[in-house]
Unconditional design. Structure first.
Length: 73
């Protein structure tokens, strides 16, 4: 994997829930891979700690992810 792992955010700023997808680093083929699993846990921790969608995006970026919004990818 080159560069920062990307996350595609599917939620709007005012949504009550945060919906996201990994971009090529955590899929069916990589489940169980230590690097993929570590990134997934890191992303989940950032999302869980967030107060809202905007905060989740900020925390994900601070955790080292590149974050794009759906439609921007």
């Amino acid at each position: 994997m080159m560069g920062k792992p990307r996350i595609i955010v599917q939620s709007k700023d005012d949504d009550e829930t945060f919906c996201w997808a990994s971009d090529g680093w955590h899929d069916v083929k990589s489940y169980g891979d230590p690097k993929s699993d570590a990134l997934y846990r890191k992303a989940q921790a950032a999302v869980k700690a967030a107060k809202n969608v905007v905060d989740a995006i900020r925390l994900l970026r601070e955790a080292g992810f590149t974050v794009v919004r759906k439609g921007e990818e």
